[in-house]
Ligand binder design. Structure first.
Ligand code: XUL
Ligand code: CO
Length: 443
């Protein structure tokens, strides 16, 4: 069979921190045990089919710049077949065990709903065979509900029920595909589920429609044998001006309002968090505190640019904060770490896809080792625990149990007088974190 990555002769290997080989892992050693389990099981990496194999480097100012050999064919199904070959060659060579895709990444839309279904089923059948041959598995599936012009004013939130019906049909087909490929997650990302002006929008109506779509997905998933988890992926804006799944807190509120919370978890994306004016760790913590952190899209934005640049994660402090939260909640059951990231449009060569994933996997692997050490040492966790010690006994304990009253607290304040001023020690803690990141031995 034709190879699309001839420059990579064998699967990328772990060579350790001192290697000078840029096409080897320095930190990601899949078999290495951390907290008793292999690194590969902590770091369930997934390649994003759309960015890695379908993206061609176009931006709002420029034409496609990445001429991928697997995208050259006269027939759209021919392109799909070559892309699948390239994808599985890449998965095996980079050593990633999972992938995620939108329906349209893998199979082109046909002339009508029936032809579209046949295209998807054909490609899913081929993907199933490749999965069985390689052991690579689907992590989550999703329907592309933002690209087709019919969804310009929303998919689930469109004013026209016929558009809604197309979206619902697409979700149904993609749930079937996810089940056929053994995916453990199904994602809703609502890029067009929002609005650009209230002059033409009934927001209350649109949110109800969206809830109905999610409800039907849950109901259909149960009938279709989907035993994984549904995820919503918050994002504040882009492409819509206002998106209903603005951030983790807003999305949790939405799911609670419509009685959907039991059936959904969140897929938190780093670059969406920063677009919402938060940090990645803020969003992860909000989701984790609600018991709803199901998966993450790992990437990063550019602090000088206000859009979703989807760069590969190379920021060790942010990665470490993220992994700390994941370790504290005991990992992921249904999700993992999906690279929703693309190479820059000037990274023309296919080898750049390897450099991008290797750098990101090493960043996350190093973050895992640092986070493990931080948790083992207990210094940072101990500081936080001590800071709230007053809430475990006495008047604090009484308040949390719901047993105190305002007059009682007024009396307590009067009796005890002015509280001492206790430093938050932010600078000290930042230095301790830096020490773990850059100085302390993590072997
Ligand atoms: C868009 C985005 C999507 C979702 C899946 O910003 O993140 O690719 O991850 O639809
Ligand atoms: Co994403």
């Amino acid at each position: 069979m034709r190879t699309y990555f001839p420059e990579i002769k064998h699967p990328v290997r772990y060579e350790g921190p001192d290697t000078r080989n840029p096409l080897a892992f320095r930190w990601y050693d899949p078999a290495r045990k951390v907290r008793g389990i292999p690194m590969a099981d902590h770091l369930k990496f997934s390649v994003a089919y759309w960015h890695a194999f379908c993206g061609a480097g176009a931006d709002p100012f420029g034409l496609p710049s990445l001429g991928r050999a697997w995208r050259q064919d006269r027939d759209p199904m021919g392109i799909a077949a070559k892309t699948l070959d390239a994808a599985f060659e890449f998965f095996v060579k980079i050593g990633v065990r999972y992938y995620c895709f939108h329906d349209r990444d893998m199979a082109p839309e046909g002339k009508n709903v029936g032809e579209t279904r046949r295209n998807l089923e054909t490609m899913v059948g081929r993907a199933r065979t490749k999965q069985d041959e390689t052991g690579v598995r689907l992590m989550w599936g999703t329907a592309a509900l933002a690209a087709n012009p019919r969804y310009t004013h929303g998919a689930g939130t469109n004013p026209d029920p016929l558009v809604f019906a197309h979206a619902a049909g697409q979700v149904r087909q993609m749930i079937d595909a996810t089940v056929a490929l053994g995916g453990t997650g199904y994602v809703f990302w609502g890029g067009r589920e929002g609005y650009s002006t209230l002059l033409n929008t009934d927001m209350k109506q649109e949110r109800l429609q969206y809830a109905r779509l999610l409800e039907m997905a849950v109901e259909y998933g149960a009938r279709a044998g989907f035993s994984g988890m549904f995820f919503v992926e918050p994002k504040p804006r882009e492409p819509s001006t206002h998106q209903y799944d603005f951030d983790a807190a807003t999305t949790l509120g939405f799911l609670r309002e419509f009685g959907l919370l039991d059936h959904f978890m969140l897929n938190i994306e780093a670059n969406h968090a920063t677009l919402a004016g938060h940090t990645f760790e803020h969003e992860l913590q909000v989701a984790a505190d609600a018991g709803k952190l199901g998966s993450m899209d790992i990437n990063r934005g550019d602090p000088t640019l206000g859009w979703d640049t989807d760069q590969f994660p190379t920021d060790l402090p942010s990665a470490t904060m993220a992994v700390l939260i994941v370790l504290r909640q005991g990992g992921f059951r249904y999700g993992g770490l999906n690279f929703d990231a693309k190479v820059r449009r000037g990274s023309f060569d296919t080898v750049d896809l390897f450099h991008a994933h290797i750098g990101a996997m090493d960043t996350m692997a190093r973050a895992l080792l640092v986070a493990d050490r931080i948790i083992k040492d207990g210094v940072l966790d101990g500081f936080v625990s001590d800071r709230y010690a007053g809430w475990r006994t006495g008047i604090g304990g009484k308040v949390l149990k719901g047993k105190a009253t305002l007059p009682e607290l007024e009396e307590h304040a009067a009796r005890c007088g002015e509280p001492g001023l206790t430093s938050g020690r932010q600078e000290m803690l930042e230095s301790i974190l830096n020490d773990y990141l850059y100085c302390s031995r993590i072997e």
